[in-house]
Design a protein around this ligand. Structure first.
Ligand code: WT7
Length: 659
């Protein structure tokens, strides 16, 4: 039974080509009974016990959901468990101690494998060290490390002693680190001396030192020696070398602290927002249950798989799908420190090939880069071990989706386009690869039990094909519990707009716009602030970008609104091309035709600006706000958060010429 939506095989429908899950995949899928959608619907909220059952509880819960204090929901609240126990000890007890937990691939070609036992030993030693140096249950420990094994080790050590961690992406500045530590009243920091990027050494410790100077509180710091140079990296009192601590606490074990399911597992500050960062609070029980369940049902992770999520643990994707989800399931998780194009553009495929990776999960921005580089790079490697591919982080249009399936997945791997957010904790919209047909360009139906709906300003469901706001009507286990120390802002940011507290009707607002088709498949268009209003019509930038990106030779596109003197908004498109294609008339015509036929003449860009690359944040998001300022000739703010700040000047020169 793979035919829930009536497409027994690949078919063309009004909403484009659909692909049924391949029979060979369905046969082995963790979840392949189409009844799961109905089961969750009729049995809600108890259906979520299926997720909780993937965990080991110190004390079983009795109540699945407590909703008396909405929107502050509590899941499995009277149960108790420890996340580090669930990710380590229980796998040792079940005879998997020599199974690889982490396969680490370093930037300079180093490799390290940690078995579950190795990981257990090191996590215990570090947990003992943290406790000895003063960390108590509920103290927030800030972790400011690049993609080295000590990062997940430190996270699990915190979880073991019941100290919430707050991981700050290693590429962020000293200011950003100080702001986050200050907001979380964090008095403990785990960092390193530095790290390598494309062969150059970067000093991380000096950023950490500058943050400490800016902070009022005293900060006790542990420093991992990553560079292996002779420079001293442990300077003052209250600073310790990680490896010295390990020697000091060698062989020590720490009993995992039994935590209430609702106790905070970690804090994650959201990236890229203006003003105060938001400290998203995640729980221990509901979060872990939801990430384990989605790793099982959506990413189809099996204990004997080699699984690779090529994200950074500094963001939520890495927390949920490099560390907690895969380790809870006892699988082998690959951790990669480097970039996809160093030493060459086939680096990822070399790693997939050598490790026989079964499941690979990455972001559309990476997929578009692979497509731009061409199919020879993956073509040179044996990728036949791959069984499932995933994407997350941005909308992916059909062309890169198809390219991914074809050139990485060999044409027969299902591709899951997973929609979720820092705040949702785990995947909430995606096809189930063993059940649902795929539609390139659409994330898919809400997961079983998730009440995602696209609504208009008044909160009513929009008709199929119409654009609206993406909301979620019922709570789910992995959801954020609040914003750290700021319940009011939590309500204001996510709940006020579409909820009716008077009738106890609570609806979460994601901040995204979306469309839903007649089969209930949701296509996420972009953030609300990515909407351009042209002559009173609301156009999603992503919709236009997708049409442009579908033109032959286009690698990537970003569109923004530019206000004209008459108060109209014009569309400006920034486009990078695939190698071998130039910015000639042909490609301009293809772009125009595509936009016209996909959306209408209304959406035709007023100007198309070609650029070798689009400006991106370090997490790979296109900086549309910056491109908007460039188009409008406005003063540009700080561009230091960009991965490629040098591109901005080139684009400005290009616009100057076009004007
Ligand atoms: C925003 C959340 C959650 C992992 C990484 C990002 C966008 C995420 C998709 C997708 C279209 C997506 C949304 C969302 N987004 N996944 N499959 N299709 N858009 O986490 O930084 O909290 O960003 O990323 O706009 O709101 P984040």
């Amino acid at each position: 039974m793979v035919d829930r939506n009536g497409w027994g095989r690949d078919a063309s429908t009004s909403s484009g080509t659909t692909h049924a899950p391949p029979e060979s995949f369905v046969e082995q899928a963790n979840v392949s009974d189409p009844g799961v959608h109905d089961e969750f619907e009729t049995n809600w909220p108890d259906c979520w016990e299926r997720a909780a059952a993937l965990l080991s509880w110190d004390e079983p819960y009795e109540t699945v959901l407590a909703d008396g204090d909405a929107p502050f929901y509590r899941w499995f609240a009277d149960g108790r468990l420890n996340a580090s126990y669930n990710c380590l000890d229980r796998h040792l007890e079940s005879g998997r101690k020599n199974h690889a937990a982490i396969r680490w691939e370093g930037k300079r070609g180093e490799r390290r494998t940690y078995t579950y036992r190795d990981l257990y030993v090191e996590v215990n030693e570090f947990a003992a060290a943290l406790r000895d140096r003063g960390v108590e249950e509920d103290d927030v420990v800030t972790i400011y490390l690049p993609m080295i094994p000590e990062l997940p080790i430190a996270m699990l050590a915190c979880a073991r002693i019941g100290a919430p961690h707050s991981v700050v992406f290693a590429g962020l500045s000293a200011d950003a680190l100080a702001t986050r530590m200050d907001a979380a009243d964090s008095e403990y920091l785990v960092t390193c001396d530095g790290y390598y990027r494309r062969g150059d050494a970067f000093n991380q410790k000096s950023k950490a030192d500058n943050a400490r100077i800016a902070l009022e509180q005293d900060v006790r710091t542990v420093v991992v020696d990553r560079l292996g140079d002779d420079l001293p990296h442990v300077l003052g009192d209250d600073e310790w070398d990680y490896h010295d601590l390990r020697d000091e606490f060698a062989g020590e074990t720490v009993a995992p602290v039994s935590r209430g399911a609702e106790d905070m597992l970690f804090l994650m500050y959201t990236s890229g927002t203006t003003g105060e960062p938001k400290g998203v609070v995640h729980s221990t029980g509901g979060y872990l249950a939801h990430v384990a369940w989605t790793s099982h049902a959506v990413l189809d992770v099996k204990p004997d798989d080699t699984y690779w999520c090529a994200a950074d643990i500094g963001w939520i994707t890495g927390h949920s799908y490099i560390v907690y989800g895969p380790l809870a399931l006892g699988t082998t998780t690959v951790m990669y420190e480097g970039t996809p194009d160093y030493p060459d553009r086939d680096r990822l495929w070399e790693i997939v090939d050598r490790n026989a990776v079964d499941v690979f999960y990455t972001a559309p921005t990476a997929i578009r880069a692979f497509m731009k580089w061409g199919s020879d790079y993956p073509g040179d490697h044996d990728l036949s071990s791959l069984r499932l591919l995933g994407t997350v982080g941005e909308p992916i249009s059909p062309r890169p989706w198809n390219w991914y399936r074809e050139h990485i997945g060999g044409g027969d791997c299902p591709v899951v386009d997973t929609w979720w957010q820092t705040e949702t904790g785990a995947v909430t919209i995606s096809t189930l690869p063993g059940i649902d047909a795929m539609k390139p360009g659409s994330a898919g139906p809400p997961l079983p039990g998730i009440d995602a709906r696209v609504v208009d300003e008044a909160g009513d469901d929009v008709a199929p094909g119409e654009t609206g706001y993406l909301t979620i009507g019922r709570p789910w286990p992995g959801m954020a519990r609040t914003l750290y120390d700021n319940d009011e802002r939590f309500v204001a940011e996510y709940w006020r707009r579409f909820s009716e507290p008077a009738s106890d009707d609570w609806r979460y607002f994601s901040g995204d716009t979306a469309r839903v088709d007649e089969d209930g498949y949701i296509t996420v268009l972009g953030r609300v602030d990515d909407v351009i209003s042209v002559s009173g019509h609301r156009l999603g930038t992503v919709e236009i970008e997708s049409a442009i990106a579908d033109a032959d030779g286009v690698a990537e596109a970003a569109v923004v609104g530019r206000s004209s003197e008459t108060g109209e908004t014009d569309i400006y498109a920034y486009v990078s091309t695939e190698s071998g294609h130039d910015s000639g008339r042909e490609i301009r015509r293809a772009i125009r035709d595509n936009v016209e036929s996909a959306i209408g003449p209304l959406a035709r860009p007023e100007a198309v600006i070609f650029t070798p690359e689009l400006p991106k944040t370090r997490s790979g998001k296109i900086m549309r706000r910056l491109l908007e300022d460039v188009a409008n000739g406005e003063e540009l703010g700080d561009t230091s958060a960009l991965r490629n700040p040098e591109i901005v000047g080139e684009i400005q020169a290009e616009i100057g010429d076009a004007d």
